[in-house]
Design a protein around this ligand. Structure first.
Ligand SMILES: *[C@@H]1O[C@H](CO)[C@@H](O)[C@H](O)[C@H]1NC(C)=O
Ligand SMILES: *[C@@H]1O[C@H](CO)[C@@H](O)[C@H](O)[C@H]1NC(C)=O
Ligand SMILES: *[C@@H]1O[C@H](CO)[C@@H](O)[C@H](O)[C@H]1NC(C)=O
Ligand SMILES: *[C@@H]1O[C@H](CO)[C@@H](O)[C@H](O)[C@H]1NC(C)=O
Ligand SMILES: *[C@@H]1O[C@H](CO)[C@@H](O)[C@H](O)[C@H]1NC(C)=O
Ligand SMILES: *[C@@H]1O[C@H](CO)[C@@H](O)[C@H](O)[C@H]1NC(C)=O
Length: 361
C-alpha cells in the first residue's frame, strides 16, 4: 500500500512537472506582437542581402549568439532581442527579409544598418532600408495580416495590442550631419535647426504607424554620439572639441523627442507613447561594477566595423562597445532591462515598457 501511494505521488509529481514545463514553454507573451523599426542597433539580418558595407554577417559578429553570425551588429543579442525575451517571446522577432506566411503574427523586425529618419542618411555606405521604406514594408505586413486574420477590423484589433519600438536618428548624425564631405546638412542647418527638421519628419513617420493600428509606441533617444569610439577616431580625428560638438548636437534631438512624446500623448489620446532615456541610462549605470572600457571597441576595427575573422577581446563584459559604434551584448542587457523596467524614474517617460504593455487602450 505504502508502495502504491509512493508510486502515485511520484506520478502526480511528474504530471505536475510536465504541466509546469508546458506552462513555461507556452506562457503567452505580454503582447501578441512586437514590431521593430530601426538601424544597425536593431538589425537582425535585413542588410545581409543588400549591396552595402553596413553588414555584420561575418565573424566575429555573433560570436556569443546562439546561432552564431546572423547579421546582428554585436557579439550576442541586440537590445530589442532582450526586450523581446523580457516580454515573454520564446523566439526572436523575425527580420522582414526572411519573415514568411504566419511568421508576421509575432511581429516583424524592419531595422536596417545605416538607415535614418532621412532617406539620404547612410547613402555613402550603399543600400539600406530607410525609415520611409520600413514603413512601406509595414504597409505590406498590414495587408498580409488582413489576409491572415480575415478582415481589416480583425487585423486592426490585433495590431492595436502590439508593441512598436522605433529607434532611429544615429545615422542622421554619424552618417549624414557629421560627414560634411558627403552631405550638405551641416551647411544648411545649425544643430538646433537640424534636430527640429529631424523631429518634424519623425513625427510624420510615427503618425503613419498610427494609421496602421499602432497604439503602444516606444521611442528611445540617442546616446551621446561623441562617446562612440568611431566619433573620436574617425569623425573627429581625436579633436576633442569636435567630440564635444557631436555630443551637444544630440541634446536638442533628445529634448525634441521627449517633447514629441508629450505632445503625441495629448494629440492622439487613444495611443500611448513613451520616451526611453538611453543617454541617461548610459551616463549613470549603477548596475555596472567598476569601470568598463569605453574608448575602444572589443574587436579590432577598420573604420567602424570589426575586421573579418579578427580575434576580439576575451573579457567582453568589460567593454561598453563591441566595434567602434555598436554596444556589446552586456551593454545591450543594461539598456534593455532599464527600458523594460526603469531603474531610475528618469529612465522612461511617462513610464517604462512593462507599464506600457499593460496599459488598456
Ligand atoms: C537557429 O538555427 C536553427 C537551426 O538552423 C533555426 O531553426 C533557428 O530558427 C535559428 N534561430 C535563430 C534565432 O536564428
Ligand atoms: C495594401 O493594400 C491596399 C488596399 O488594397 C493597396 O492600395 C496598397 O497598395 C497595398 N500596399 C502594399 C504595400 O502592399
Ligand atoms: C577641432 O574641431 C573644432 C570643432 O569642430 C574645429 O573648429 C577646429 O578647427 C578643429 N581643430 C583642428 C585642429 O582641426
Ligand atoms: C481625445 O481627442 C479627441 C479628438 O482628438 C477629443 O474629441 C476627445 O475629447 C479627447 N478625449 C480626451 C479624454 O481628452
Ligand atoms: C535622462 O536621464 C538623466 C540621468 O538620469 C537625467 O539627468 C535627465 O534629466 C533625463 N532626461 C529626461 C528627458 O528625463
Ligand atoms: C581584458 O583581457 C586582456 C587580455 O587578457 C587584458 O590585457 C585586459 O587588461 C583586460 N581588460 C580589462 C578591461 O580587464
Amino acid at each position: 500500500m505504502a508502495y502504491k501511494i509512493k508510486v502515485w505521488c511520484f506520478l502526480l509529481f511528474l504530471l505536475k512537472l510536465v504541466s509546469n514545463l508546458q506552462n513555461c514553454a507556452h506562457a503567452a507573451p505580454q503582447v501578441p506582437c512586437f514590431f521593430i523599426f530601426g538601424d544597425s542597433l536593431a538589425d537582425s539580418g535585413n542588410n545581409n542581402h543588400l549591396v552595402t558595407t553596413a553588414k555584420a554577417n561575418y565573424r566575429p559578429y555573433g560570436i556569443d549568439f546562439l546561432n552564431g553570425t546572423t547579421g546582428r551588429f554585436t557579439n550576442g543579442r541586440t537590445t530589442v532581442d532582450i526586450i523581446g525575451e523580457l516580454l515573454g517571446f520564446d523566439q526572436f522577432i523575425p527580420p522582414f527579409a526572411t519573415a514568411r506566411g504566419r511568421d508576421i503574427l509575432v511581429g516583424v523586425n524592419y531595422a536596417s544598418g545605416a538607415a535614418g529618419i532621412r532617406d539620404e542618411s547612410g547613402r555613402e555606405l550603399g543600400d539600406r532600408i530607410s525609415l520611409n521604406e520600413q514603413l512601406q514594408n509595414h504597409a505590406a505586413t498590414f495587408n498580409r495580416s488582413i489576409q491572415l486574420l480575415g478582415t481589416k477590423q480583425a487585423a486592426t484589433n490585433y495590431l492595436n495590442k502590439c508593441l512598436y519600438y522605433v529607434s532611429l536618428g544615429t545615422n542622421d548624425y554619424i552618417n549624414n550631419y557629421f560627414v560634411p564631405g558627403n552631405y550638405e546638412t551641416s551647411r544648411l542647418y545649425t544643430p538646433d535647426q537640424y534636430a527640429k527638421v529631424l523631429i518634424d519628419q519623425y513625427s510624420q513617420q510615427i503618425k503613419r504607424l498610427y494609421l496602421f493600428g499602432a497604439r503602444k509606441i516606444a521611442l528611445p533617444g540617442l546616446i551621446p554620439l561623441g562617446s562612440i569610439p568611431y566619433a573620436s577616431s574617425t569623425l573627429c580625428l581625436k579633436n576633442l572639441s569636435c567630440v564635444a560638438n557631436i555630443n551637444n548636437a544630440v541634446l536638442p534631438f533628445n529634448a525634441g523627442l521627449f517633447s514629441l512624446v508629450h505632445q503625441l500623448n495629448q494629440e492622439l489620446n487613444d495611443t500611448r507613447f513613451i520616451y526611453l532615456n538611453i543617454s541617461g541610462m548610459s551616463s549613470s549605470d549603477p548596475s555596472v561594477p567598476g569601470s568598463r572600457v569605453a574608448n575602444v571597441g572589443c574587436c579590432p576595427v577598420l573604420g567602424s566595423a570589426c575586421i573579418l575573422d579578427s580575434t576580439p577581446c576575451v573579457n567582453r563584459t568589460e567593454y561598453v562597445f563591441w566595434d567602434a559604434i555598436h554596444p556589446t551584448e552586456s551593454s545591450n542587457q543594461f539598456t534593455a532591462r532599464r527600458s523594460y523596467s526603469a531603474f531610475l524614474p528618469s529612465d522612461a517617460y511617462p513610464y517604462d515598457i512593462s507599464h506600457l504593455v499593460n496599459m488598456r487602450i
